[in-house]
Design a protein around this ligand. Sequence first.
Ligand code: OOG
Length: 264
Amino acid sequence: MTGSTLSRYASALDEAVTSRLAIAQLSRTAALTLDDAYRVQALGSELRAARGDRLVGVKLGFTSKAKARQMGVSDVIFGRLHARGENADGGSVALADYIHPRVEPEVAFRLGARFDARASADPEAELRAAVDAVAPGLEIIDSRYADFRFSLTDVVADNTSAAGFVIGAWQPADLTATGVRFAERPVTLEIDDVVAATGSTSDILGDPVLALPAIARMAAAQGVVLPAGSVLLAGAATAAVALPGGVTVRATVAGLGTVHVTTI
Ligand code: OOG
């Protein structure tokens, strides 16, 4: 597929972000390869950067079986997080900024040092060593496609539905220490104190730390360079839940604490 066609798709998806009007799935009219889809995603990130919305992290998607089942898609996918998507813990989120937002409870890692996978002899080890903290997180996803439906290449081109995120209090973490694991911690998503979904951190690839080799590999493939302070979202622990207005949504990860946000 030509660069100008891919740019056209990136612009259409970007316009859907800014206009909050969903578009038809690209796969209805075009046969994108997975490589094409990641190029569209990268071009979309460049469009954001051009208006001052810089890269502040990356995420994985479809790391949980519940999520993969919900969306009928199975491969792990990689997306980019941008500064304007960040919301303060305890703050408010305006639903008018989204098309049909959903929310997921997540585990987040923070990089204490810059990470350039392509400049590293051992990206997996370097990424593990670069992580300095862990926190509970909420991810707001918002497909730019009508009816929140897509193929694997559609959702990759659409930056894996990434739209917003909220990170709770960071706790120091040293992932180079032997035996570090974050598996088997109950995860709860509550809306106005009513449980909306439950899961376990084991639902994220068996253990959220296993997101790191996947992120190292995909960051190398995409040539993504992450500044110090970047956020890594390891993936959802439950299926996504539609985000209603006028509520408080809270994620709790046992041993890591809670994070919440109010919708307006
Ligand atoms: C794609 C994003 C999935 C996750 O954690 O599985 C995702 C979507 O379902 O819209 O972020």
